[in-house]
Design a protein around this ligand. Structure first.
Ligand code: UN1
Length: 502
């Protein structure tokens, strides 16, 4: 059966109307074989405006529904996702090229955030604060914010939406989602799944959750709308440089999850077997197309020869193949552009004195699909392409001898998303986690840079954009805070002892 037919069957099972993805002018392709799997009708600037207007109307209703009741919708969403896990996971594999285990893992991440958000719906706590005035009380209240615009990337086509949507819904906000034009089908599937939860829930307003199909013009209309209170955008730093200032110019709020140039440090005391496995998954998993993918590795001189040759062997032997038909651990790159970017970076690395292992195209599935052997590049120094994020499986490996210097090098890149250290020495570990250690939003010990759990806040510093999604108190980004001071006395004392007697 063609992939188009397989996708159609899954979409039928998931309840998506074929009219949504056939007969239109916008094509999407499966990276597994390169074949076309959809022809969608894109939204226009006018339909974007209508969509936002519906969301705005939905906000007026949804914000008045008590948060624990809003949580019930998200509980039902989690149930529907459980029921659709196999089909949605498979569709992710068809559309984004992930291995079956990673496709299912992504749906599991959605289920996990739903569970988290349900609990959160009863815990949107504000503080009670001591006031300096007698007979007064001061507190803060968290209120729904408004329409949330979500712009997501191809590499986590469904999970990133769910991190935003599950929190936005319990926080009292409607969501308008513009998925990557490379992965529209999984977005339509998520909307259909959510609509089943909405039907069971009953009382939700029309327009609480909507999907926009289209390219940069559609995303731009969302970004520029004064009626979108928060834009949560995942993608490249280049994209963030466009989105951030536009939203700031209208004093809107952003959560930006941009590029990563994540590194690991392997110290003399490291458990090398563990480091080997963690680096392999972190650098080669998802074909190097996670924002948390490990892209740089600093290995101490004393363990370099014990680790790096083994790592090179793992790169030579890792299975690269069709994720739908084999158990291969490494699937395809998303498209030709990704392949070309990878080759250009490898060329630049060679020019900068790097020794490249792997990186060549592999003949899998069809000429229109881009499978590569992951590349490990031994670099003499952190220069050239090492300083940039290339969204492909390239790991730059460098030697180090001085711990303080390696921390400096670790932090000497634009991005600041994820990081890890492999050590059994508590001094090194604690230094790495301290104020003078890793400058990233995520800093791990004895695990890789990718595969974060939803319970923690997810995001990074510097050119990664500074936003936080998912767990911990990331929900505060989706609400507005009001500080309330209440006078229950018969006097009117002014703060700071100011006197104003009339
Ligand atoms: C992303 O690549 O945009 O930590 C998100 C991870 C996943 C999420 C990655 N939980 O690798």
């Amino acid at each position: 059966m063609s992939l188009q037919a397989q996708a159609k069957q899954l979409l039928d099972d998931l309840g998506v109307d074929p009219d949504r993805y056939t007969g239109g002018a916008m094509s999407s392709f499966s990276p597994v074989t390169g074949e076309q799997i959809s022809a969608l009708t894109p939204d226009s600037v006018e339909t974007v405006a209508d969509t936002i207007a519906r969301a705005k109307a939905a906000f007026r209703v949804w914000r008045t529904i008590p948060a624990p009741k809003r949580g019930e919708l998200v509980r039902l969403m989690g149930e529907e996702l459980r029921a659709s896990k196999e089909a949605l996971g498979r569709l992710v594999s068809i559309e984004a090229g992930k291995s079956p285990s990673e496709g299912l893992g992504e749906v599991q991440e959605m289920i996990d955030i739903c569970d988290f958000a349900v609990g959160l719906s009863r815990q949107l706590y504000g503080l009670t604060i001591a006031t300096e005035r007698p007979g007064h009380r001061m507190m803060e209240t968290w209120h729904p914010l408004g329409v949330v615009g979500v712009i997501s990337a191809f590499n986590f086509p469904v999970a990133v939406w769910s991190w935003n949507a599950a929190l936005a819904f319990v926080c009292g906000n409607p969501v308008v989602w513009k998925p990557s034009e490379k992965t529209p089908l999984t977005a339509l599937a998520c909307q259909a799944i959510l609509e089943r939860a909405l039907a069971r829930f009953g009382a939700a307003p029309v327009g609480l959750s909507q999907v926009l199909i289209g390219g940069a013009d559609v995303g731009n209309a969302l970004v520029e709308s004064h009626d979108v209170a928060l834009v949560s955008a995942t993608g490249s730093t280049r994209m963030g440089r466009i989105v951030g200032p536009k939203v700031a110019a209208r004093f809107g709020r952003t959560i930006l999850e941009l590029g990563g140039n994540n590194a690991g440090i392997v110290c003399p005391s490291a458990d090398l077997d563990m480091a080997l496995r963690a680096v392999a998954f972190g650098a080669m998993g998802t074909a190097g197309q996670r924002c948390t993918t490990m892209r740089r590795l600093f290995v101490h001189d004393s363990v370099y020869d014990a680790l790096v040759p083994r790592l090179i062997k793992a790169y030579e032997s890792v299975s690269v193949g069709n994720p739908l038909e084999t158990q291969a651990l490494v699937g395809p790159l998303i498209d030709k552009q990704a392949f070309d970017a990878m080759q250009a970076s490898l060329e630049a690395a060679r020019a900068a004195g790097g020794t490249v292992h792997g990186g060549a195209r592999e003949a899998v599935a069809s000429n229109a699909a881009y499978y590569v052997r992951p590349a490990l590049v031994e670099m003499p120094a952190q220069t050239g392409p090492v300083l940039e994020e290339t969204f492909a499986p390239i790991l730059y490996v460098m030697r180090y001898s001085d711990f303080d210097a390696v921390i400096e090098d670790h932090n000497a890149v634009g991005a600041g998303l994820s990081s890890s250290i492999f050590t059994l020495d508590m001094r090194e570990m604690e230094t790495f986690l301290s104020a003078r250690g890793s400058d990233c939003g995520i800093a791990n010990v004895n695990i890789g840079t990718s595969g974060a759990e939803i319970g923690g806040a997810f995001g990074g510093e510097k050119e990664t954009g500074g936003g936080r999604e998912s767990g911990s108190d990331a929900w505060k980004g989706y609400m507005r805070r009001a500080t309330n001071t209440i006078n229950f006395s018969r006097e009117l004392p002014l703060a700071q002892g100011v006197v104003f007697d009339i």
